[in-house]
Design a protein around this ligand. Structure first.
Ligand SMILES: NC(=O)c1ccc[n+]([C@@H]2O[C@H](COP(=O)([O-])OP(=O)(O)OC[C@H]3O[C@@H](n4cnc5c(N)ncnc54)[C@H](OP(=O)(O)O)[C@@H]3O)[C@@H](O)[C@H]2O)c1
Length: 301
């Protein structure tokens, strides 16, 4: 391959992530030369969009391409990697790059392939793939975490991200779990918090559509504030106003309604105090209230 040519790509696994990335890179000048999937029909469906051949086995896909993306579920990556080393049947994988797209795991899941001479790495799109159409539209511009020891592969992956107008973030070796934990808190648990708020409003008898509209506007405005002002200055509400009486009323309401949510609320309030202090607001009365509530809870249990 000429040093300035774009690497060719193969995908093993054409679920949400495999489908979106194969289509976007194909649309942006990369040649997808092989697709392999557990259910062959799903690979054929994708092949209609990008005119890529489907292979009968995973190793055939690897043999066709410069870079193979293992876009299978996290728990399947290592077994596919092991299968590939068996299917390679002693053939040298030297010069072939094989990566996965998991956020939680490092490239060590591909050690068996590295021992056979493959260049390995991981490339995680920081994006929630709820469905293909939405991700096709909004993924360009997203950040990707890149992890590899190989300079050529790092360059290839960085250029692939740039082709999608994205940014790269380099994760130190062995830190993928902590990295993924941070993203999970920001994305998945925002959904959890939203669902808890929906439930509380429903328990009040609020009309669901009206409640969803209220929450959607609130959440959109919060995200806009975060984007415009950053976490410290985006914080609004009773804590940053030092409205201790309002927080006390929240705790009493939850005490009646849902003890588990009460514990979560107190913990989130505690974790918010450093942001409140950073705004120059005294946190003494709030911290005292939370401490008092904790000792009451211990006495009653
Ligand atoms: N979803 C997200 O938001 C997201 C975001 C960033 C990164 N990721 C990562 O991207 C990877 C893929 O996630 P996904 O959400 O795209 O998963 P997915 O929608 O469940 O797709 C997995 C695909 O792998 C195929 N597959 C399963 N076992 C296989 C095997 N042994 N050989 C070949 N193909 C096999 C499945 O085939 P069938 O057609 O037979 O089911 C399916 O097409 C994961 O590592 C995930 O952590 C996901």
């Amino acid at each position: 391959m000429a040093s300035n040519a774009k690497p060719t790509l193969a995908f093993i696994g054409v679920g949400k992530v495999g489908t979106v990335l194969a289509r976007l890179w194909s649309d942006n000048g990369y040649r997808v030369v092989a697709l392999y999937n557990r259910t062959p029909q799903h690979a054929k469906t994708l092949a209609q969009y990008i005119d890529a051949p489907c292979t009968q086995s995973a190793i055939e896909a690897v043999q066709q391409a410069d870079i193979t993306l293992l876009t299978v579920a996290d728990d399947t990556i290592e077994s596919v990697a092991n299968l590939l080393t068996q299917q390679a049947n002693g053939d040298n994988l030297k010069g072939k790059a094989i990566i996965h797209t998991s956020g939680a795991h490092g490239k060590d899941l591909l050690n068996a392939l590295a021992h056979h001479g493959a260049l390995t790495g991981s490339l995680h799109p920081v994006f929630p793939f709820a469905d293909v159409a939405t991700a096709m539209q909004y993924l360009p511009g997203a950040t990707f975490a890149v992890e590899t020891d190989d300079a050529i592969l790092q360059t290839w992956l960085t250029e692939m991200v740039t082709a999608l107008q994205g940014n790269t973030m380099v994760i130190p070796p062995g830190q993928k779990s902590l990295y993924h934990c941070a993203l999970t808190i920001a994305s998945n648990y925002t959904v959890t918090l939203y669902a808890i708020a929906q439930t509380l409003l429903a328990e009040l008898g609020a009309d669901q559509q009206a409640a969803d509209t209220a929450l959607n506007t609130l959440l959109n405005a919060t995200v806009n504030n975060l984007v415009e002002h950053g976490a410290r200055d985006a914080l609004t509400g009773a804590l940053v106003r030092n409205d201790v009486g309002t927080i006390q009323a929240h705790l009493e309401a939850l005490q009646e309604q849902d003890r588990e949510v009460l514990e979560m609320y107190k913990q989130l309030a505690r974790l918010t105090l450093p942001l409140v202090a950073a705004r120059g607001v005294s946190i003494d009365a709030l911290a005292n209230l939370l401490r008092k509530e904790d000792s009451n809870a211990t006495n009653y249990s």
